[in-house]
Design a protein around this ligand. Structure first.
Ligand code: G4F
Length: 344
């Protein structure tokens, strides 16, 4: 008998990668799309063109009854809670909605599983995040954050995710549920939304190559992230739920790179060498022909910033046999190549 999976946030970046992975593994896949949409809604139609094997469920993370009905009907073996307000910058503008969706929404999904009488059957994955660590000097180990590192979130998003992380642990301890969190460092790819810095850069580089734009505007370019490929990370999510006992894991590459380095590599893909002049808000990236390609716009700064993220995936590698396949240059290349096609 094939297993049944239920994915919230199925139309997000990770949702798409995971739906494909689970379908390839023979799962029957259900995915939640938010709100009162019908299957005939253009957004649902577009999604189904790419993922015809996903059974769409119209429920809402803020609505416990819709989730409970879905659990009763579907009786999933595995639930992956990927839905969230996931843009850190946006969470400063709408901290309460972020708390409701990204934080309280996790309890709604856990409660729905429990109320449907599935606490002993259904395995639950929570999408926790490296944003919970906060990147502050005092809690940053030389070898990268692990499952044991201290949390100090630096955004309403990070705070809401930390609530989701602890409530997952609480349901595991209180009700004996097979509930765990994957603490994932930044993961990107050709399904990434353009509001995130990597996709914004690769999309703009492609537009510059095709003569549609002359330069890009960015915020903090000193920020460093541990960037991996989302397609590799969903395999790790699945492996976590196949363990004998529920346990949280970090997924990361173990390397960290600045936004500036990402910019340089992306421009190299279209034959432009960027050099830098000026400082802080006056910094500019100039190509070998003297044309300004990168400017700083403080509009993209955040009220509090996570300056450096570096993860240590040793436990996941040793205990789950997980490893990433795409390295940093490979990630930049695949994203630029995709955007060169899209923007052509
Ligand atoms: O791409 P970002 O918006 O991702 P961020 O904030 O690291 O969050 C992502 O990774 C988390 C895991 O650690 C996830 F939990 C979260 O959901 C999301 O997927 O920004 C990366 C860095 C930041 O330091 C930001 O300040 O890039 C800096 N940045 C500089 N200029 C910019 C820009 N970020 C964006 N989005 N846009 C800019 O123009």
């Amino acid at each position: 008998m094939s297993k049944t999976a239920f994915i919230t946030g199925v139309n997000g970046q990770d949702g798409g990668h995971l739906a494909k992975l689970l379908n390839d593994k023979g799962y029957k896949v259900y995915g939640v799309m938010r709100g009162q949409m019908e299957a005939s809604h253009p957004r649902a139609q577009k999604f189904l063109e790419e993922f015809p094997y996903v059974n769409l469920v119209f429920a809402d993370l803020l609505d416990l009854s819709s989730l409970t009905h879905a659990m009763q009907e579907i009786q999933p073996d595995e639930v992956y809670n990927l839905a969230a307000i996931s843009h850190v910058g946006y969470s400063f503008r709408d901290p309460l909605l972020t708390a409701d969706v990204t934080g309280k929404g996790v309890t709604n999904v856990l409660e729905a599983i429990r109320l449907a009488g599935l606490a002993d059957k259904t395995r639950f994955y929570q999408a926790s995040t490296s944003e919970m660590f906060g990147g502050l000097d005092y809690n940053r180990p030389e070898t990268g954050y692990t499952e044991e590192s201290t949390f100090h979130p630096r955004s309403p998003y990070g705070v809401a995710k930390l609530y989701g992380h602890w409530i997952t642990q609480n349901y595991r301890e209180s009700y004996g549920m097979f509930a765990l969190s994957g603490i994932l460092f930044n993961h990107e790819g050709d399904r990434r939304g353009p509001e995130f810095v990597t996709r914004k850069i690769t999309k703009t580089v492609a537009r510059i190559k095709h003569g549609k734009q002359e330069f890009m505007e960015l915020g903090n370019m000193d920020s460093k992230r541990d960037w991996g490929y989302a397609g590799d990370y969903v395999e790790g999510m699945w492996r976590m739920l196949q363990q004998d006992k529920p346990k949280d894991y970090v997924l990361a590459t173990g390397e960290t790179h600045s936004v500036r380095e990402f910019v340089e590599l992306a421009f190299k893909e279209i034959g432009l060498d960027i050099s830098w002049r000026g400082e802080a808000e006056d910094e500019e990236g100039v190509d070998q022909n003297g044309i300004v390609r990168v400017k700083v716009n403080p509009q993209f700064y955040r009220p509090a910033e996570v300056n450096l993220l570096l993860g240590n995936p040793t436990a996941a590698e040793e205990e789950l046999g997980w490893k990433r396949n795409v390295d940093f240059p490979g990630l930049v290349k695949l994203m630029v190549e995709k955007d060169l096609e899209v923007e052509a």
